[in-house]
Ligand binder design. Structure first.
Ligand code: NAD
Ligand code: IPM
Ligand code: MN
Length: 353
């Protein structure tokens, strides 16, 4: 069971260290951890955010634990050299097209949500975000118009097959939950979204046990703070999913709490090949201070055990330890507490027993 450990930039190495401690504490037989460089760290060492040796490691391993990439010092670089290209390149090269982003309020943390506790307490949703298409990967560029103005463009597009494969993941995910799927789009304005909606309906015919509803993204953003408990499974495109999942994190209490799994079609001897990362970034404002909440990273490792290694009991064990540590007050500054990264890691390890 080979795992690529890619800490990346900013708080990435700090939170990864805690996730690795938790993994080692489980003492799973046959697990090998292989370190690699991504993001600004890789660009500094090798001149590229996703060097060939890292990509080879990603291909070789059964799963990837990914910290975060991004460094303000790289904002002026040509786009293909920026740290963010590491995460985008990984998703595209490995065809990790399905991003699962669960958001659930931890018992005892209801009052830490940006929402009223009784509204927050009902949150238990799963965002299924498409990860290989949309405006992220369409033709993009910068040109000068006839009038001499600079003009930037990014083409938003989806093919039917790209929507179909994420639709199947979403319907199957909804089947495993409460059978309610909400597809979020902007079909009142965008052709991409009209196709998205048509395909969702078409695929839905194969899942009569799932109730499909459609919602425009602006309304979804509003409903997510009005009554988040009404959502179960949400399926949406790359850009809308990026935005709605950050929003969902504050409904739960902190962006430092939400994990994710990025999956494709590839099966290994142990499960589905995937990359696992927090939904947040490299948090340059708190990097190096020992203040980052490692929970999203630790929960990402739990998702890895579940999806890539079929170790459900071990995944649940980590999740229970995190829930119990949080409930006992292992809170960092992001949740109004005063515990640092390592202290929160210690609390999770203690709860693991
Ligand atoms: P961010 O998620 O890094 O940070 C947003 C805010 O949340 C900051 O105030 C930060 O301190 C806080 N925060 C984030 N994670 C936290 C944690 N674990 N504990 C406590 N507080 C936390 O988003 P940003 O500031 O917009 O982006 C910073 C950099 O990260 C950029 O270069 C961006 O492109 C990159 N980024 C990378 C990823 C990724 O690697 N998957 C994801 C998002 C952003
Ligand atoms: C995320 C991040 C990435 C995205 C960036 C860093 C490319 O925001 O994983 O949510 O937009 O997908
Ligand atoms: Mn994001």
């Amino acid at each position: 069971m080979k795992i690529a450990i890619l800490p990346g930039d900013g708080i990435g190495p700090e939170i990864m260290a805690e996730a690795v401690r938790v993994l080692r504490a489980l003492d799973l037989p046959g697990v090998e951890l292989h370190d690699g460089l991504v993001g600004a760290a890789a660009w500094r060492a090798h001149g590229h955010p996703l060097p060939p040796e890292t990509l080879a490691l990603m291909r070789e391993c059964d799963a990837i634990l990914f910290g975060a990439v991004g460094d303000p010092a790289c904002d002026g670089l040509e786009r293909h050299l920026r740290p963010e290209q590491a995460v985008l390149g990984m998703r595209k090269e490995l065809e990790l097209f399905a991003n699962l982003r669960p958001a659930k309020v931890f018992p005892g943390l209801e009052a830490h949500s940006s929402l009223r506790p009784e509204v927050a307490g009902a949150i238990d949703l799963m965002i299924v975000r498409e990860l290989n298409g949309d405006v992220y990967f369409g033709k993009k560029g910068m040109r000068t118009t006839a009038e001499g103005q600079r003009e930037g463009y990014d083409i938003m597009s989806y093919s039917g097959s790209e929507v179909r494969r994420i639709a199947h993941v979403a319907f199957r995910t909804a089947q495993g939950r409460s059978g309610k799927l909400c597809s979020v789009d902007k079909a009142n304005v965008l052709e991409t979204s009209q196709l998205w909606r048509d395909v969702m309906i078409e695929v839905g015919a194969e899942y009569p046990d799932v109730t499909l509803e459609h919602m425009y993204v602006d309304n979804a953003a509003m409903q997510l703070v009005r009554a988040p408990g009404k959502f179960d499974t949400i399926v949406t495109g790359n850009l809308f999913g990026d935005i709605l999942s950050d929003q969902a994190s504050m409904c739960v209490g902190s962006i430092g709490l939400l994990a994710s799994a990025s999956l494709g079609a590839e099966q290994t001897a142990f499960g589905t090949k995937g990359a696992y990362e927090p939904i947040h970034g490299s948090a340059p404002d708190i990097a190096g201070k020992g203040l980052a909440n490692p929970v999203a990273m630790i929960l990402s490792a739990a998702m890895m055990l579940r999806h890539s290694f079929s170790l459900e009991a071990e995944a649940a064990r980590i999740e229970a330890a995190v829930a119990s540590a949080l409930n006992a007050g292992a809170l960092g500054a992001d949740l109004g507490g005063d515990m640092g990264t390592v202290a929160i890691g210690d609390a999770v390890l203690a709860a693991l027993g």
